[in-house]
Design a protein around this ligand. Structure first.
Ligand code: PLP
Length: 436
């Protein structure tokens, strides 16, 4: 199959990494449901263990904790779609997020992250990493200079989400990337909610992209997975002083220095070897197969998610039971400007709505929706709704929640690919049940 990274994304989504199986003629890459792989001979086995056989950052296959051909296909495809030099996949988005950071941070280090993050990631950064001795300094990304202000000699990376969930205030990728470049730090972007169909963060200067593949990449709510992609634009060796874990002699691998030995691939090789080999949160081949299938229709689905979400947002904005709507297309100021700059005139599949009746009003809507599933997930072909104040954010005091923009009547809608008129009719009948 003649496929190159010059092909259009829609083409890469179907062909990149595809492995035709000559022994059976199967055009779909088989699910290699095996734990281990046979060595050709003793020299081959020895070479693999010494990482001699590295092709584009892929470890020769030894054991499916580190690599597997079905998983490699998924990794090649997502890295082609993001425009990266390679990727390493994980058992979940959370595992990908945690490993991407633990690969270059240790006790005493700190990271600077946007305050607007998925709740699970905020908790990891604030509480779990604190127990590891890694501090997270949260900043308001509305002023990109806030990132610079928090940096000191132990800062190892910047972190943001392209389209933060649930507030949808788009991250200034280019502005923060510029500051990161000036300081010699890598900018990591969680691109889960935008996906490479709407935004390719590397084109705007980001250095590493992380995904929860569970969401739009999968698209059908069947699979948990995550992935980390490296752009190849960050010179890990040149920044060895800033990122000592990339240049120190690593006792876990014969004392080698990752960035010196593997150059641009150093971060990914280390991620595979030290995080997958030693921490072991590996993506299962069956799950990689399902995620690759999901990628094949990503662009089609995202088109429809965005079209439907825009119709729903405009309907809600004029509804008498609605206080306000959050959707990048309907916002002004930075969010609209950065959405236009980084998401190519598309605004994503999620809509936030603050309804009349505060807490009771929000719960009335989620209870009365008939087509929308009432679940704590996003990025599915099915439409889904949740009331953060009484579920995902219920542990945060009401006043603090409101300050963070999550009011008591706020409902997060994740708009699926059904017909928009059916979704609007369902929302209209649910809103009519609010008694104020
Ligand atoms: C933006 C974002 N990043 C990371 C995650 C974690 O991913 P997972 O649920 O696959 O572990 C999520 C999950 O909702 C998310 O929304």
């Amino acid at each position: 199959m003649a496929i190159s990274h010059q092909n259009h994304p829609e083409t890469l989504a179907i062909h990149a990494g595809q492995r035709f199986d000559p022994s059976t003629g199967s055009i779909v890459t088989p699910i290699h449901q095996t734990a281990a792989f046979q060595f050709e001979d003793a020299r081959h086995a020895e070479g693999i263990f010494l990482l001699k056989d590295l092709k584009e950052g892929q470890h020769g296959n030894v054991y499916s904790r580190m690599s597997n051909p079905t998983v490699s296909q998924f990794e090649e495809r997502i890295s082609a779609l993001e425009g990266g030099i390679g990727s390493v996949s994980f058992a979940s988005g959370m595992a990908a997020v945690a490993s991407s950071i633990l690969n270059i941070c240790r006790v005493g280090d700190n990271i600077v992250a946007s305050r607007n993050l998925y709740g699970g990631v905020s908790n990891l950064f604030q509480n779990i990493f604190a127990d590891f001795g890694i501090e997270c300094r949260f900043v308001d990304h509305n002023d990109p200079e806030n990132f610079r202000k928090q940096v000191d000699a132990n800062t190892r990376l910047f972190w943001g989400e392209t389209l933060p969930n649930p507030l949808l205030n788009v991250f200034p990728i280019g502005e923060v990337a510029k500051i990161a470049d000036e300081l010699g730090l890598p900018l990591f972007i969680d691109n889960t909610c935008a996906t490479p169909a709407l935004c390719r963060p590397f084109e705007h200067g980001a250095h590493v992209v992380v995904h929860s593949a569970t969401k739009y990449i999968c698209g059908h709510g069947t699979t948990i997975g995550g992935v980390v992609v490296d752009s190849g634009n960050f010179d890990w060796a040149a920044h060895g002083e800033r990122l000592p874990m990339m240049m120190r002699e690593d006792p876990s691998m014969h004392g080698l220095k990752w960035a010196e030995k593997f150059g641009k691939m150093g971060y990914l090789v280390k991620l595979r070897v030290t995080q997958l080999r030693d921490m072991g949160a590996s993506l299962a081949p069956m799950n990689a197969f399902l995620l690759t299938n999901g990628l094949e229709t990503l662009h089609l689905r995202m088109e429809k998610h965005c079209e439907n979400a825009s119709k729903v947002a405009r309907f809600l904005a004029n509804h008498p039971k609605v206080n306000f709507v959050k959707y990048p297309q309907l916002s002004d100021g930075n969010t609209k400007r950065w959405a236009d700059a980084y998401m190519g005139g598309k605004y994503g599949g999620m809509v936030g709505v603050d309804v009349k009746g505060a807490m009771k009003g929000g719960q009335t809507v989620t209870e009365n929706l008939k087509l929308f599933y009432h679940v704590a997930n996003i990025g599915d072909v099915r439409s889904m709704a949740i009331h953060p104040a009484s579920t995902t954010h219920s542990q945060i005091p009401s006043e603090m929640r409101a300050k963070a923009g999550i009011t008591d009547g706020y409902v997060r809608l994740c708009i699926g690919t059904e017909h928009a008129d059916d979704l609007i009719a369902d929302l209209d009948q649910a809103l009519s049940k609010i008694s104020v």
